[in-house]
Ligand binder design. Structure first.
Ligand SMILES: [Zn+2]
Length: 101
């Protein structure tokens, strides 16, 4: 179902999608995956950031991978609300139905 090969967890940020900058205190998007936390891996094992235009098409797969990752981390709750995820912006799931952010 993926457009550009399989989707794997970003090896740079380990699926987080960002880094805390200890110096400035800011969080910065991961360069490797452009903040998605996941990348396409092609048959030659080359990783490539998932372009934002593909996010809607791969949203279900990302959701599944993210649930898997959170379980590995021992997270017991539900998945992060889709409208709190930058990757969902502009998609149907990216709209907060409760309007409370
Ligand atoms: Zn990354």
């Amino acid at each position: 179902m993926t457009l550009q090969g399989r989707i794997v967890r970003c090896i740079s940020c380990d699926g987080f999608g960002w880094f805390d900058d200890d110096f400035s205190g800011d969080a910065e998007d991961c360069d490797w995956c452009a903040g998605a936390g996941y990348v396409y891996r092609d048959e030659a094992d080359r990783d490539r950031a998932i372009p934002p235009s593909d996010y809607a098409a791969v949203a279900d797969e990302l959701e599944r991978l993210e649930e898997e990752r959170l379980r590995e981390l021992g997270y017991q709750g539900g998945a992060k609300r889709p409208w709190r995820q930058a990757i969902r912006k502009g998609t149907r799931l990216g709209r907060n139905p409760y309007g409370d952010n």
